[in-house]
Design a protein around this ligand. Sequence first.
Ligand SMILES: [Zn+2]
Length: 174
Amino acid sequence: MSSAGLPESFDPTVAAREAFAWHGDVPVSDFKRLADLLVGTSGAVKVSLQAAYSADRQPAMTLKLSAYLEQSCQRCLQPVTVVIDHEHTVAWVADEAALERLDALEEDSDADTVEYLPMPDPARVNTLALVEDELMLSLPIVPMHADCALPVPETVAEDDHPFAALAQLKTLKH
Ligand SMILES: [Zn+2]
């Protein structure tokens, strides 16, 4: 279990041009923000990264993530294993203005599968942080046992969910 060779950061344009790829296991304990939402940090996340150009010629990265993570069941508060099997493509556009123009184009053919982000300045993306953002977004809103013994609580405080702010920040397109 090792994240050896995983670059700390990358330039999306260079990565796409070179068709950068990486596959490996990253210890769950390497993801500090994610760890705050878990009841244990044993095990590893299987990570597969593949850089390419998107259909509209933007530098893109496809992330495939799989893991078994332990969260707290929101009914009984006992640990529940959450299965992560997540694939998502992120593509970078020039800046916020380009992102807004894309958002205005409802007919965009990639809208269902590609999430657009503004290119950072300087053009470096922290690899672990990108993977961690995707992991956090792939967690269930309300983790619960499928066959939990306790009854459903009267209200579920979804508004207080810690990912709500993150989801807004990332300007998800669906
Ligand atoms: Zn439960």
